[in-house]
Design a protein around this ligand. Structure first.
Ligand code: ATP
Length: 241
């Protein structure tokens, strides 16, 4: 079932149009990878979906309901949660408190402190630790747990592996793979590592100067076409995007 549908979305910064006529859909249980070079518009797209940046035009629907006019907090209540680039935890609160605060602002549902800790077991020994003292990988895991506490239908993950060690990235993706296996959340993932993006995503869209330059199943598109789209060398799209 389509969880999130985006149609002809346009968003910008002043005179600059950063997201141009972007359309895609993500089904429940599916992972959509968003690939694009620096400045391609990925963060602006995510912030617009989350309601923290205004759309100029276009439609955003969640489970068939138009959420485009809702505030950011109402979108969280409706089921869109973002793990932003840079994480932004409450540094002087414990991990437990960070998770609990998020739970108070979301939808009721299957994700509780207990089930989040089951899914992200690396958080268990950290519950009493202050978020400000955690490593990058630990902070990222808390940020994902925090997003889950709002019981999202759609989880937006913006460069979750940014700045992490290879070991931390591996651990993080193992936990995300566990979420994917559960099959009850749609995920939209910005990932700069093309191999990882292709491996983890069911479908990808490649953004180039704010537009979808290529879309489809990563295996069908192939790494060369995706790399060319990333660098602005290719045109066209594959079926099933
Ligand atoms: P990165 O990978 O570097 O985060 P991105 O793909 O997320 O890049 P955006 O950050 O969405 O891309 O930027 C898209 C375009 O919008 C770029 O040209 C960028 O310079 C511009 N832009 C982004 N944020 C602002 C802002 N606050 N004010 C003005 N222009 C901005």
């Amino acid at each position: 079932m389509t969880a999130l549908a985006v149609e002809n979305l346009v968003a910008g910064h002043g005179l600059l149009t950063a997201v141009r006529d972007v359309s895609f859909r993500v089904d429940t249980g599916e992972v959509l990878g968003v690939i694009g070079a620096n400045g391609a518009g990925k963060t602006t797209l995510f912030r617009t979906l989350a309601g923290v940046h205004p759309a100029t035009s276009g439609a955003i629907t969640l489970d068939g309901n138009d959420v485009g006019a809702l505030s950011a907090s109402r979108r969280v209540s409706a089921g869109i949660a973002m793990v932003p680039e840079g994480r932004r935890l409450f540094a002087d609160m414990t991990v437990r408190e960070n998770l609990q605060v998020a739970g108070e602002n979301g939808r009721p549902g299957a994700w509780t402190l207990e089930t989040v800790l089951d899914a992200l077991p690396s958080l268990v020994p950290l519950l009493k630790a202050l978020a400000g003292g955690l490593s990058g990988g630990q902070r990222q895991a808390v940020a994902i747990g925090r997003a889950l506490m709002s019981n999202p239908k759609v989880l937006l993950l913006d460069e979750v592996s940014l700045g992490l060690s290879p070991v931390a990235i591996e651990g993080l993706y193992e936990q995300l793979a566990g979420l994917k296996t559960r099959g009850d959340t749609a995920m939209v993932v910005v990932e700069q590592d093309l191999d990882r993006a292709m491996q983890f995503s069911d479908r990808v869209i490649c953004l180039l100067e704010g537009q979808v330059a290529l879309a489809g199943r990563p295996q069908a598109l192939g790494k060369q076409a995706i790399t060319e789209a990333y660098f602005g060398l290719a045109h066209g799209s594959a079926a099933n995007a």
